[in-house]
Design a protein around this ligand. Structure first.
Ligand code: ATR
Length: 286
């Protein structure tokens, strides 16, 4: 039986095993998918186990999406442009297994966005990104594909956000659009974003509070078109999304992105595109 893992720290929140094992069963595949809490020092040995065939494939989540790159042999275009890997699969080349690092978050995020945003292609279009980790990288690349051309990044560690933009989008790098968490938030909202995406892990715990105050911008800056998007899907409504709803804005959680990124990972591993239907969507409800 082939074994697949999702690795992260924390990992308890992950619903990947429920989804993948459901599709595995539906498609009569002889495989099992499990979650594994990992320490950084265990990454190398785990990748070795994939290469040796003890494990067939990996999903990668917080905080390993960038850290795993150095153990990959080949990166897909999306993994290379975002410098973040969420899916690892194998290719046999010359009698050896090569590890391919891919990023299906980019596809999942684009596929999950409301059509109205996807078809908007005129004028300058801004986004605020909360966080500067691997997930943020994927979202910036995805939004770039969709016509967003100005990115304001807010991160607890400002230098990490600077490095991120310099690395993945040097032409668009503007130090005035990089902000420290809670310190420069007034300036940040002056970018008049079309979408604000929480790419931090803040919200994974039910009592996590996001310290940004959206309410005071309600009348002045926000227009109805702003989408508040949280990559977190469990819990279904983070404090970030709750605050967004209170200001009357559209609030989307990461559930559909999660399903679509999983669908693409499944296809890479099993060569089958599994169904995304209401039964699958309901599967992930509490
Ligand atoms: P991933 O690869 O999934 O993006 P990551 O690289 O660990 O995971 O990134 C997590 C992001 O959440 C980072 O932007 C992190 O901020 P720092 O770069 O300052 O570490 C952010 N983050 C995590 N916990 C946070 C908290 N309590 N408050 C604000 N930001 C937080």
């Amino acid at each position: 039986m082939k074994k697949y893992l999702v690795i992260g720290n924390p990992i308890e929140h992950s619903l990947s095993p429920i989804l993948h094992n459901y599709w595995i069963k539906k498609n009569n595949i002889d495989a099992i998918y499990e979650k594994k809490l990992l320490e950084e020092k265990e990454l190398e040995i785990l990748c070795k186990e994939v290469r040796e065939g003890k494990i067939e494939g990996l999903n990668v989540t917080v905080p390993f999406k960038e850290k795993i790159i150095k153990y990959m042999d080949i990166l897909s275009e999306d993994a290379s442009s975002s410098k973040a890997v969420n899916t690892v699969y194998k290719l046999s080349r010359g009698g050896e297994n090569k590890l391919i690092g891919d990023n299906t978050d980019i596809y999942g995020f684009k596929k999950s966005l409301p059509i109205v945003f996807r078809t908007t292609g005129h004028g300058s279009c801004g986004a605020i990104i909360l966080g500067a980790g691997g997930a943020s990288r994927a979202i910036i690349i995805a939004l770039g594909h969709l016509g967003i051309d100005t990115f304001a990044i807010i991160n607890r560690t400002k230098d990490k956000a600077k490095k991120l933009m310099q690395e993945i989008n040097p032409e668009k790098y503007d130090p005035d659009l990089i902000y420290s968490w809670c310190k420069d938030e007034d300036r940040m909202f002056n970018t008049k974003p079309r979408i604000i995406v929480n790419c931090t892990s803040l919200g994974l715990k039910k009592d996590d509070k996001i310290s940004l105050d959206f309410s005071k911008y309600k009348k002045n800056i926000f227009n109805k078109d702003i989408i508040f998007y949280d990559l977190i899907y469990n819990p279904a409504e983070t404090n970030f999304l709750k605050k967004a709803k209170e200001t009357g804005q559209e609030a989307i959680n990461g559930k559909m992105m999660f399903i679509y990124q999983a669908q693409q990972s499944f296809k890479k591993w099993h060569n089958v595109l599994p169904d995304v239907n209401q039964e699958v969507i309901d599967l992930l409800d509490d």
